[in-house]
Design a protein around this ligand. Structure first.
Ligand code: NAP
Length: 229
């Protein structure tokens, strides 16, 4: 049976490449983006490669937007197999925690933490019906407590919190066939990180592996190996 994968923030960068790689494995991709024009264009690029990709408008910070997606998924498909929480923002580079702008931290939390949690809450009930699910939270080394340094406090706090979401849901879903993991893609050359050394192809690899091959749950990975929380 063809698997169905929902990817957030998939109009560019790592999310676009994760969509491409999953589609190349034969899945139907629900490529979501908050900007209709950019999302449709990204979906068209993959369709032109002969891939099975449909666009759906999704702003992960908007409860109503998530509600519309879930209603459409339930009406259109009998299952959802994969959720990749990739959408993310990094808007307080150059700040220290002592100089931090709390409004930027709140905005970052909405996108990087509450969005993924809302989507998990909405999609796990669908996954439970088929007793299958692979949830991948695109986190970062910036959220690793053991590797914590300084800088972009909102981003770091959000990625640590996202890892807590992974741990909690991993524990809550133990004994089911629904796995939840965090991954760090490495430093990838995208709009978010123009100086990154890695290609998006390399950056997407561990997320795709977690979505398709690994049976681990409640863990943090990079380069297909466990990464220090
Ligand atoms: P990117 O090129 O900036 O892409 C971010 C994506 O998230 C864009 O498609 C953006 O949409 C989308 N997005 C932002 N807010 C959204 C919202 N409210 N609703 C829906 N989509 C939203 O960054 P990237 O490097 O590919 O990053 C992807 C993920 O990898 C992020 O979670 C990031 O934290 C993580 N990561 C990246 C690196 C790296 O080195 N690049 C390292 C570690 C972790 P718009 O185009 O509309 O803005």
């Amino acid at each position: 049976m063809q698997k169905i994968a929902v990817v957030t923030g998939a109009n560019r960068g790592i999310g676009f490449e994760i969509s491409r790689q999953l589609a190349h494995l034969g899945m139907k991709i629900i490529l979501t983006a908050r900007d209709e024009k950019k999302g449709r264009e990204a979906a068209r690029r993959l369709q032109n490669e002969g891939l099975d990709v449909v666009f759906y408008l999704l702003d992960v910070t908007k409860e109503e937007s998530i509600g519309r997606l879930v209603e459409w998924l339930e009406q259109t498909f009998t299952r959802v197999d994969i959720l990749v929480n990739n959408a993310g923002i990094d808007i307080d580079r150059g700040y220290t925690a002592l100089q931090s702008d709390i409004s930027k931290i709140k905005e970052t939390m909405e996108t990087n933490v509450y969005g993924p949690l809302r989507l998990c809450k909405a999609l796990v009930p669908i996954m439970r019906k088929s007793n299958f699910g692979r949830i991948v939270n695109v986190s970062s080394e910036s959220g690793s407590l053991n590797g914590m340094t300084t800088g972009h406090p909102g981003y770091r706090i959000s990625k640590t919190a996202l890892n807590v979401v992974t741990k909690l849901l991993g524990n809550e879903l133990l004994g089911t066939n629904i796995t939840v993991n965090s991954m760090h893609p490495g430093r990838v050359r995208t709009d978010m990180n123009p100086n990154g050394q890695r290609s998006v192809k390399e950056g997407a690899d561990t997320a795709v592996w977690l979505a398709t091959e690994s049976t681990a749950t409640g863990k943090f990975f990079s380069d297909r190996k466990e990464y220090d929380w």
